[in-house]
Design a protein around this ligand. Structure first.
Ligand code: BTN
Length: 252
């Protein structure tokens, strides 16, 4: 097992992604994981904050895949799968994935992933995969309206060590397969709230409604809009699942 061969357990840090990045710059080998009980400046996608009170699981993995940048963004998108699988196994819940990187249970966001790639001379040098899970979080400590705590959903305390072990095992397996060229796109589609579903893609004031079709080679969400055009949602967009019937395709 590569991922989790070494796990550095911290109490409080600014951001496990920052700690992992600093270690990676110093030459820390691939597979090292940094965990923290709390983060004072947990970061989310698109510059958002990630609330990181006690009770959550916050971890970052150092990876050094020799792959082009589009593969790294696809890998980040697919890394929701091991998170969802660990939730099924340990929490016995039914998770779904809101593109690109939110894992949700009963309509609440309970986990998010932030993949950050460090480049040298235009080529990826290493990547840090940061995962935040609201495992035993007190819901009162979460102010984001969409956020939920797995403990509250499951109505019991969840074992963080077991969760971490299962997650690292699944992530390691998925990474090894990804490096061999396997792309678990069908499995992703099964968990996805966006593929085969009606969605609205938002960027600023712009809105496009359509049906999610598939992941592109770089993890972008390919969708067919109401007027039959093909669009790609990338990391700058928000993709919101819609109820059936809200999208009206031209020609029926
Ligand atoms: C998101 O949903 O926007 C992504 C959230 C990612 C949060 C994790 S917690 C561990 C790691 N350290 C951070 O600062 N962020 C990631």
């Amino acid at each position: 097992m590569l991922i989790g061969r070494k796990v550095l357990v911290k109490d409080e840090v600014n951001s496990t992604n920052d700690v992992a990045k600093a270690l990676a710059v110093e030459g820390e080998p691939e597979g090292t994981v940094v965990t923290a009980a709390r983060q004072t400046f947990g970061r989310g996608r698109t510059g958002r904050r990630w609330e990181s009170p006690q009770g959550g699981l916050y971890l970052s993995v150092i990876l050094r895949p020799e792959l082009p940048a589009p593969d790294l963004t696809l890998f980040t998108v697919l890394s929701c799968l091991p998170v969802a699988q660990a939730m099924e196994e340990v929490c016995r819940v039914v998770p779904s994935i809101k593109w690109p990187n939110d894992v949700r249970v009963e309509g609440k966001k309970v986990a998010g992933i932030l993949g950050e790639v460090c480049y040298r001379g235009g080529e990826p040098r290493f990547m840090v995969l940061g995962i935040g899970i609201d495992l035993n979080t007190d819901p009162a400590a979460l102010t984001a309206p969409e956020a939920g705590s797995l403990r509250e959903i499951c109505k019991r305390d969840l074992d963080p060590e077991r969760f971490l072990n299962v997650l690292l095992f699944r992530l390691d397996d998925m990474y090894a397969r990804f490096m061999k060229g396997e792309r678990e796109l069908d499995l992703y589609a099964r968990y996805s709230e966006s593929i085969g579903r009606d969605v609205e893609v938002r960027l600023g004031d712009q809105r496009v409604r359509g049906r999610g079709m598939r992941l592109d080679a770089d993890g972008a969400l390919v969708l067919r809009s109401e007027d039959g055009m093909i669009y790609r949602a990338t990391s700058v967009h928000d993709v919101v699942p819609l109820d059936r019937g809200q999208v009206r395709f031209e020609g029926g």
